[in-house]
Ligand binder design. Sequence first.
Ligand SMILES: [Zn+2]
Length: 222
Amino acid sequence: MIDLAFLTGKTTDQLVLFLDTRHLVHREMNDDLIKLFNAAKKEGFDLAITSTFRSYETQKLIWNEKSQGIRAVLDSNSIPVDLTNKTNEEILFLILRWSAIPGGSRHHWGSDLDIYDQNAVSADYKVQLVPGEYESKGPFYQSTLWLNENMQDFGFYRPYSHDHGGIAPEPWHLSYRPLSESFLSEYNFEKFEEHLNLSDFRLLDEAKKNSFEIYKRFISIF
Ligand SMILES: [Zn+2]
């Protein structure tokens, strides 16, 4: 049994620091992630992490800032959306396109991470995490192609590679299948509802009203 606090990013019990970074990863993924990074390095790709584990509290901060327009909410083409005339329910689903609901992110598990190739850009390059950076004219295209061919040898895949009508495709997001598949299968709808009843983020009433749709489209995918 995997408990709700773990699934919703409220504990760091199973996490370790990855190499000499500040990034927390699941202790059972650590070795294979190091192997993946080393294999990439041999091919000239210096993989770097923008985020791995993210706590419930951090996701809540991002979520609350987006819901108030403090942090930009982007549309499917990565263009900021004007929230002034939107209903709370519309805002909820606009945010969900790019950001998980607090407690509903795969980043809560330590088995998922966002990466880029720091060899492909200058040291002062600010990574945007937008699809264009990973497509054929973008700096991270070559490392994306290499990952397509090789990451599965180390247990990794991209859970958001296609648009299923929920989360936008995220070519930078990798997941460690041996762990994340079992975490996802543990995280059923009853657990998500229980989590909402314990939560305190903005737009919570709208989230409760739409809990099944949110669960289906943004959590229990694949
Ligand atoms: Zn991600």
